[in-house]
Design a protein around this ligand. Structure first.
Ligand SMILES: Nc1nc2c(ncn2[C@@H]2O[C@H](COP(=O)(O)OP(=O)(O)OP(=O)(O)O)[C@@H](O)[C@H]2O)c(=O)[nH]1
Ligand SMILES: [Mg+2]
Length: 176
C-alpha cells in the first residue's frame, strides 16, 4: 500500500474543511493544544487539518490542510515526500482568484511540485467557460489541470486528487 502526502491549500472560506470532511475517512485537527476532532469553525491561531483518503487497494492519500500562517512551514516539512498540491479556489468571490494567485506564486517560487486547481462554488451551467476563465485569470500553464469540484460532492473531489496523481506520474515519467 503506497501512501502519498498531498497539500490542500486554499484561501479562507474556500472550502478546505468541507473538502476534507466530505472525502476523508477520518479527519483530525491538530493545534498547539494537541490533536482534536475537527470542527468546521477554524480555531484561532495555527492549526492543521489532516484527513486520510483511500483511493483504491493500492493507494492512500494523506491530505494536509494547514491554516495560512503555517502553510509555509508545512510545505517545507512535506517538500521531501509530498506528491503535490490541490489548490482550492472559491470561484464565487472576486477575492477567491486573488487569494489563489498569491498561493500559486508562493507555491511556484519554492519548488517545481505538481499541482492542480480545484474550482469550488462554480457556476455549473457552463463548465468550459468556467475553466477557460480560471486558466486566464490564474495564468496557468497548459499542463496544469483545472477540475470543477463541489466540496460537498465526493466524486468531484476524488477526481481532483486523481488528476494530481496522474499529473505527478506524468512529471515523473518525463523527468519534469
Ligand atoms: N454550496 C456549497 N457551499 C460550500 C462548498 N464548499 C464550501 N462551502 C461553504 O463555504 C463555507 C466555507 O467552507 P469551509 O469548508 O469552512 O472553508 P475553509 O477553507 O475550511 O475555511 P477556513 O477554515 O476559514 O479557511 C461553509 O459555509 C461551507 O458550507 C460547496 O462546494 N458548495
Ligand atoms: Mg477550515
Amino acid at each position: 500500500m503506497a501512501c502519498v502526502n498531498v497539500l490542500l491549500a486554499g484561501a479562507e472560506g474556500s472550502g478546505k474543511t468541507t473538502f476534507l470532511k466530505t472525502i476523508a475517512d477520518v479527519v483530525v485537527l491538530s493545534t498547539d493544544n494537541g490533536i482534536v476532532d475537527t470542527d468546521p469553525k477554524a480555531p484561532a491561531g495555527a492549526y492543521s487539518e489532516f484527513g486520510r483518503v483511500r483511493i483504491d487497494e493500492a493507494v492512500t492519500m494523506s491530505v494536509y490542510s494547514p491554516s495560512p500562517g503555517v502553510l509555509d512551514s508545512m510545505r517545507n516539512v512535506l517538500a521531501g515526500n509530498m506528491l503535490g498540491a490541490v489548490i482550492l479556489v472559491d470561484r464565487s468571490s472576486e477575492e477567491g482568484f486573488d487569494d489563489a494567485q498569491r498561493l500559486l506564486k508562493m507555491f511556484r517560487a519554492r519548488r517545481k511540485a505538481p499541482f492542480v486547481i480545484a474550482l469550488n462554488k462554480h457556476n455549473a451551467s457552463d463548465p468550459a467557460a468556467e475553466i477557460a476563465e480560471a486558466r486566464k485569470r490564474l495564468r496557468l500553464d497548459e499542463g496544469v489541470p483545472v477540475i470543477l469540484v463541489s466540496a460537498l460532492d465526493r466524486g468531484s473531489l476524488r477526481n481532483s486528487l486523481l488528476a494530481l496523481l496522474f499529473t505527478a506520474l506524468e512529471g515523473a515519467d518525463t523527468g519534469g
